[in-house]
Design a protein around this ligand. Sequence first.
Ligand code: SF4
Length: 204
Amino acid sequence: MPSGGVGIVASLPCYLEDNVDRQRGHGVYDASIRALQRLNALGYGDTLPLDLVYNPPLGPCPPLPPPQAPLAEAYKSFLAETFGIRFHRLLALANLPVGRTRHYLERQGSDRRYLQYLAAHFNPATVPGLMCGDHLSVDYRGQLYDCDFNQMEDLPLRSPLGQPLTLADCLAAHSLDLATTVQTAAHCFGCTAGSGSSCGGALT
Ligand code: SF4
C-alpha cells in the first residue's frame, strides 16, 4: 500500500491549461495532469484521499473564490471527461497575503488595497470553523503555530507569558493547551472573507 495513511492535497489553480500556465509557469498544467494520473493509478482519488486546491488568479487585487460546490462540479466533470482524472474534494481558498503572495502584492503596490478588500468582506459566520481553532502547525524545529499561514509569517504560538511554544514544551506539560489565545494578524482577514478559507476549503 503506497499511502502509509497519508492523504494528498494538491494545488491546481484551475482545470484549464491557459489559466494554470499563466499563473504557475509554462508546462505546469501538463506536468500536473500527468502527476494526477499517476496518483489515480496508485489509488489516490479512489480508495486513498486526493483533494485539489483552487486559488483565484493573482492580480493587483485578486477576487475571492467563487462558490465552492459548483466550481468543484466543473473541475470534476472536465478532468474526468478530458483526462479520466478522479479526486475527492475541491478546496476553494482565497489568496492569503503571506509569503510570496504578500511580496507580489507589495511589488504591485496593492497590498493595503487587498487587505481593505478582504476586511470589507469579513464574514463573522466563518470564525467558528477557522482551522486555528482546532489545528496546530509544527515546523522542523518543533516550533508551534496556530496555522501554516502564521508559520509562513514567523508568528509562533505563545504562552500566556509571551514565550514561544514548542512541541517539547507541550510534551513536558502533557498538554496541547499551553496557549490560550490565537496569534492574529492582518492576513487573518484572508481566512474570514466571503465564504471563508480553511484547510477544509470554504467555511460557509
Ligand atoms: S484566521 Fe489567522 S490564525 Fe486563524 S487560520 Fe487564518 S491566518 Fe491562521
